[in-house]
Design a protein around this ligand. Structure first.
Ligand code: GUN
Length: 294
């Protein structure tokens, strides 16, 4: 029986710890950490993520502001709102939910956020600092994966980690985190992507496989080695006539097929997903207390 890595309970442990940290911070006379969340348009998945982020702030005791802008908002209006938040003394973190409508440049949006408030870790300054191993905001999903590995007793040090997917949000930053010479990383990393020929040649060599390609159930049992640790970053909506909503959520890994063969696996939902929000809260706390850049 494989170990099922319970991201939901690990994430709620982290959130409970942060709640205590906030209580202590307020007792010391510090103001509440503050997170600003901006949603553009009405993408249902994005609406759900933003709702969960605001709720997490309330639970932990953060101040939060949320802006819901219409899908046709001019780019300039959004950029000006970000500039206001950059200089708002109550705000420590700014998050603009991606993806954005086509007429808005994600690059411009990310670069307009003050990198000292970039709790998503998407700004080029943070991306660069991550590569050279300087203190920075690490992107939340990758940072959450390292915590999941550590807390579940599957430290990557000395192991071969194969990452499938090269996105700026997950694939590249998780690989960069994992090669750092730190206690929770120190792995040998291979990155596979859409240009990789014979993908399973690489995935079969993985001690730890991180699936982040956005292709539902595309990692199958024949592609993994016995005893591998499987981290599923995929959150895919696939049609399901038996479900009330008409769809079900599934990962990038064929869970039923791989579970009997692997040593450990993250479920979808309830694996990596909850960790993303927990790490966003952690980054916001670190920003408020100045522990990263000063
Ligand atoms: N869209 C999907 N994941 C993320 C994330 O971690 N941050 C933001 N801002 N948008 C996302």
């Amino acid at each position: 029986m494989a170990q099922i890595i319970d991201g939901k309970s690990i994430a709620s442990e982290i959130r409970a710890g942060l709640k205590e940290d906030v209580t202590r911070l307020l007792q010391s006379g510090h103001r509440r950490p503050g997170l600003a969340v901006i949603l553009v348009g009405e993408n249902p998945a994005s609406q759900a993520y933003v709702g969960s982020k605001v709720k997490a702030c309330e639970e932990i005791g953060f101040y939060s502001s949320s802006d819901r802008l219409s899908a046709d908002v001019p780019e300039e209006v959004l950029l000006n709102r970000i500039k206001d938040l950059n200089s708002d003394p109550l705000i420590d973190g700014i998050l603009v939910q991606m993806p954005l409508p086509g007429h808005i440049s994600e690059k411009k949006v990310i670069e307009t956020i003050d990198y000292r408030k970039d709790v998503d870790g998407f700004h080029p300054v943070n991306a660069g600092k991550l590569v050279i191993g300087e203190p920075c905001f690490a992107p939340c999903t990758p940072a959450g994966i390292l915590v999941l590995l550590e807390k579940s007793g599957n430290l990557p040090s000395g192991k071969h980690v194969v990452v499938v997917g090269r996105s700026n949000i997950v694939g590249k930053p998780v690989a960069n985190l994992l090669i750092q010479k730190t206690r929770s990383a120190n792995a040998t990393v291979t990155i596979c992507h859409t240009g990789t020929q014979n993908l399973s040649r690489f995935t079969r060599q993985a001690d730890i496989l991180i699936a982040a390609a956005g292709k539902p159930e595309s990692i199958t049992a024949d592609m993994i080695q016995d005893g591998a640790v499987l981290i599923d970053v995929g959150i895919n909506r696939v049609p399901d006539p038996n479900s009330k909503t008409g769809y079900r959520l599934t990962g990038d890994i064929d869970f039923a097929g791989c579970e009997p063969k692997c040593a450990a696996i993250t479920p979808v939902p309830g694996g990596v997903g909850p960790m993303t929000i927990a790490m966003l809260m952690k980054n916001t706390f670190l920003s408020a207390t100045g522990k990263i850049f000063y």
